[in-house]
Design a protein around this ligand. Structure first.
Ligand code: DOR
Length: 450
């Protein structure tokens, strides 16, 4: 699909240097002029009273295709993304079959083409014996290598040292780890076998399990001099550990809106709906994650969008699967954080646009700059709406945030100059393109925004 033209008039533009009142034009799918537009092109959108941001990039989603498409598929998951102001997503390999060969990765790209409502990239899944395949991957076509160091949803797991060494030696793409230590998880799951209180989840999968695995992954990355991205950071201990590392540009990390807005008290009301890996933990961890974002230790916000059906999540603790949907509410939740005074719009753009673009080498995305892709989202910071299950676009059909009144919502999401979502409706015939990755060998921490 070739790019289109569109011009936004009178918006508050959230630029890399700050928020500026002005116009922005997209010509042939690329941002042409920013601030003052001398050559307006395409539809003139009256954006007065609204803010224009780069489209959000969600660097961790599970869209379940192939294999578990009753929970989600690439069309529905990406539609949820578009509604939420997300213009690009990086999807995880724990599908069925898992994405562990070049052929299966190519199959996902084919499946997403002309169906995904946002730009798309995929992780390759590590197994104990596929390091040779990893070495042969085309780095421009792969988001990263996903290693489950501890078991979660699906069958992927690599926890033996020799296999980890082989993967860290082979990878030419960022290595993204699910950092929970399998040995400790097994021991604790055995010790708590038969218990059905969901509030035990963060006690069983405790902070120690997370810290052991994160420390181990960082040691491997530094010795092999490879880029490491620690997925879904959940503990204060990991924040302190990562903050204390010298900034060699090797290690980046992310956290999730769920961890920033929900805490362990919510197990009493949400039960197994709150269950995810790594777990939602106490307020102490939540505050440490906020601090890690604000001081630049944590570069990105992802969602780990992990849809399971209402029926599956109603099973007792021990049988219910881990994970919750998130992709369509991450931007509203972070705009609500702006409304609540927890951070600024510049922070939101840093964490949801610039951070993911930098960590995964998306060179023309994440910033409102001339020459960048015309992937933008227009948001209304004044709009308050209650989250309702009936409005959830994901096939999951529920949200842990049901009943919350959030202030700050996307009103138009644009892919390459073409609105894919506007006035509350998906627009027909607008699809994303495969992402091209220019992975950088080093991604340094950025100074805090004041
Ligand atoms: O809670 C989780 N759910 N954590 C993961 O690591 C996987 C995800 C899923 O795929 O359901």
């Amino acid at each position: 699909m070739s790019g289109a033209d569109i011009t936004f008039r009178g918006a508050a533009l959230v630029l890399p240097g700050g928020v500026v009142q002005g116009d922005l034009s997209v010509i042939d799918g690329r941002i042409a002029e920013v601030g003052v537009v001398t050559r307006p092109a395409g539809e003139q959108v009256d954006a007065r009273g609204l803010h224009l941001l780069p489209g959000a990039i969600d660097p961790q989603v599970h869209f379940r295709e192939p294999g578990k498409t009753y929970k989600e598929d690439l069309a529905t998951g990406s539609a949820a993304a578009a509604v939420g102001g997300v213009t690009a997503f990086l999807e995880m390999p724990n599908t069925d079959p898992p994405t562990t060969t070049a052929a299966l990765l190519a199959d996902k790209i084919v499946r997403a083409t002309d169906r995904a409502r946002a730009h798309f990239g995929f992780f390759f899944g590590a197994t104990p014996d596929n390091a040779a395949e990893v070495a042969a991957l085309d780095p421009t076509r792969v988001a990263g290598l996903k290693i489950f160091m501890g078991s979660s949803t699906g069958t992927l797991l690599v926890d033996e040292q020799a296999a980890l060494e082989a993967h860290f030696a082979a990878a030419r793409v960022p290595i993204a780890v699910h950092a929970e230590d399998e040995t400790r998880l097994r021991a604790r799951l055995a010790a708590y076998a038969g218990q059905t209180d969901p509030a035990l989840h963060p006690i069983i999968r405790d902070e120690e399990a997370a810290l052991i695995a994160t420390t181990r992954a960082v040691e491997l990355a530094r010795r092999h001099q490879k880029r490491l991205h620690v997925l879904h950071l959940s503990t204060a201990e990991e924040v302190v550990f990562l903050r204390g590392l010298p900034d060699e540009g090797l290690v980046t990390t992310e956290t999730l809106p769920q961890y920033l807005w929900l805490d362990a008290d919510a197990y009493a009301t949400l039960g197994t709906r709150l269950q995810m890996n790594p777990p939602v933990r106490s307020r102490r961890h939540q505050e440490a994650l906020w601090a890690g974002l604000l001081d630049g230790t944590i570069a990105c916000i992802a969602t780990d969008h992990a849809p399971h059906t209402v029926e599956e999540k109603a099973l007792p603790y021990g049988q219910a699967p881990s994970g919750m949907p998130g992709v369509e509410l991450s931007l509203p939740l972070m705009l609500h954080a702006v409304h609540a005074g927890r951070c600024s719009l510049r922070h939101v753009v840093r964490w949801m646009c610039e951070g993911p673009a930098d960590c995964y080498g998306l060179r023309r995305k994440g910033r409102l700059l001339p020459g960048h892709d015309g992937d933008v989202v227009l948001v209304d910071l004044q709009r308050t709406r209650r989250v309702e299950a009936a409005q959830v676009m994901s096939k999951a059909g529920w949200s842990p945030f049901e009943g919350w009144a959030l202030t700050g919502w996307p009103v138009m999401t644009v892919l390459g100059g073409r609105p894919v979502y506007r006035d509350g409706a998906l627009q027909p015939g607008v699809f994303g393109a495969p992402l091209e990755f220019a992975h950088a060998p080093r991604v340094h921490r950025r100074p805090p925004i004041d």
